[in-house]
Design a protein around this ligand. Structure first.
Ligand code: EPU
Length: 339
C-alpha cells in the first residue's frame, strides 16, 4: 500500500522559485503513482481541487493554497528504445529538467541542448511547452503518460493529444484539469544537427566549425547566465509575460509609430513582439514597486528583491500591463500560473 498520509499547513517557500512565503493547507509528496490511484478511489480526497507542483518555477502564489498540493517526486530516467532515426529517452515527472539535459549530453545525445538550464521539472516541461533559443519541447517530444483523475487510470498521450502551442498545451485548459503527467518520453535525433536559428547562439559558436551538442549546450548556459537571474540567488519565474502575437497588419501599424519595435514573423504570417522591449520602452527595466522589481538585464523577468509577497509581484505586473496598454494598445498575458 502506498503512503496517503497528507501533511497539513506546509510552507511552500522552498518549493517555488519566486520564494513567496505561502502555505498549503493539505500537501502530499508523490513518490509512487499508486498514491494517485488511491487518491482517486477516495471520494472525499478525489473531490478536492488540486494543484500539481513540480519545481515551482512557473508559479506565482498570491495567497495560501486551499487546493490539495500534489508535489511530484517521481524519479528515474533511462534510454527506452532506439531505431535508425531516434533514441528514445524517458524521464519521470519529478526529475530536474536541467539534470535530464546534462544526462543526455553526457552520453553524447543531442536534441535538448537549446533548452539547457531552464528551471523546473520534466513533468512541467510539456505543460507550457517550454522553449528557448529557437527550440521547443514539442520538437523532440515523443509521448507522455498521465494519470487521469476522471477515470482513475493512466494512459499515453501523443503530441497531437497534447495540443502544443507557444507556451501552451491542453494541460493549461479545462480539458486538462484531471490530468497529472507521470513521465515524458523524448525522441532525440541520431542524425543531430545544431539548431542555431537564434542569432546570439549562432554568434557564440562562430569560431567552432562543427559544434557538438555539448558545445551548443555550454553556449546556451553561458547566454542564460549572462541575461537571466539564477533563482537560487534572486527569486523569479523566468519570463513573467508571454510575447504577444499580433497580425501582420497590426504589426505594420505599430511599426509606423515605433520603427524600432522588435518583432519576429511566424510561419502563419502573424508577428511575435518582444514583450521585454515593450516593457523596456515604458521605462520599467531595473525599477521596483515595493519589494518586487524588474530585472535590470531583462525586462521580461520580474524578481523578488527579498520578502516580496505574491500580491506585491501582482501589483507590479498590473502596473506594467497598464503602461504597455496605454502606450502600445497591447495586452500582456502573464506566463506563470497564478494562485
Ligand atoms: N529586449 C529589450 N529589452 C529587454 C529585453 C528584451 O529590448 O529588457 C528585446 C531585445 O531586442 C531582444 C528581444 O527583446 O533581442 C528578445 O529578447 P530575448 O532574446 O532575451 O528573448 P525574450 O523574447 O525576451 C524569450 C523567452 C525566454 C527565452 C528567450 C530565448 C518568452 C516569454 N520568453 O524571451 O524564455 O529564454 O526567448 O529564446 O517567450 C521563459 O519562458 O521563462 C524564458 C526565459
Amino acid at each position: 500500500m502506498s503512503d496517503l498520509s497528507l501533511s497539513t499547513d506546509v510552507s511552500l517557500q522552498a518549493f517555488n522559485t519566486f520564494r513567496i512565503d505561502a502555505r498549503a493547507r493539505r500537501y502530499l509528496r508523490i513518490t509512487d503513482p499508486g498514491q494517485l490511484t488511491q487518491l482517486a478511489a477516495n471520494p472525499a480526497l478525489a473531490a478536492l481541487p488540486r494543484l500539481v507542483l513540480g519545481g515551482g518555477s512557473n508559479l506565482l502564489l498570491t495567497r495560501d493554497v486551499e487546493a490539495l498540493v500534489l508535489h511530484m517526486g517521481l524519479l528515474g530516467k533511462a534510454i527506452v528504445g532506439q531505431d535508425d532515426e531516434v533514441t528514445l529517452v524517458r524521464a519521470q515527472a519529478g526529475e530536474n529538467w536541467h539534470g535530464l539535459v546534462e544526462w543526455t549530453l553526457a552520453q553524447g545525445l543531442g536534441g535538448l541542448e537549446n533548452l539547457a538550464l531552464i528551471p523546473g521539472t520534466v513533468g512541467a516541461s510539456p505543460i507550457q511547452n517550454i522553449g528557448a533559443y529557437g527550440a521547443e519541447i514539442k520538437d523532440v517530444f515523443h509521448a507522455l503518460t498521465v494519470f487521469d483523475f476522471a477515470t482513475g487510470k493512466t494512459r499515453t498521450m501523443t503530441a497531437a493529444d497534447c495540443r502544443f502551442g507557444y507556451r501552451d498545451s491542453v494541460f493549461k485548459h479545462a480539458e486538462g484539469r484531471d490530468l497529472v503527467v507521470l513521465d515524458v518520453t523524448f525522441a532525440l535525433p541520431r542524425a543531430w544537427a545544431p539548431n542555431l536559428r537564434y542569432a546570439e547562439l549562432a554568434q557564440a559558436l562562430e569560431g567552432i566549425a562543427d559544434p557538438t551538442p555539448r558545445q551548443v549546450g555550454n553556449a546556451v548556459i553561458a547566454i542564460r547566465r549572462r541575461k537571466l537571474p539564477d533563482p537560487a540567488e534572486i527569486g523569479n519565474a523566468g519570463s513573467f509575460f508571454k510575447n504577444p502575437v499580433v497580425s501582420g497588419a497590426e504589426c505594420a501599424q505599430l511599426l509606423q509609430a515605433w520603427p524600432n519595435l522588435v518583432h519576429h514573423r511566424q510561419a502563419d504570417g502573424s508577428e511575435k513582439l518582444a514583450a521585454g522591449w515593450l516593457i523596456d520602452q515604458c521605462g520599467w527595466k531595473g525599477k521596483s514597486l515595493g519589494r518586487a522589481g524588474v530585472y535590470p538585464k531583462q525586462a521580461l523577468v520580474l524578481v523578488n528583491n527579498g520578502g516580496a509577497s505574491g500580491a506585491e509581484v501582482m501589483a507590479l505586473a498590473r502596473a506594467i500591463q497598464q503602461d504597455v496598454r496605454a502606450r502600445f494598445g497591447l495586452e500582456l498575458e502573464p506566463e506563470p500560473v497564478t494562485v
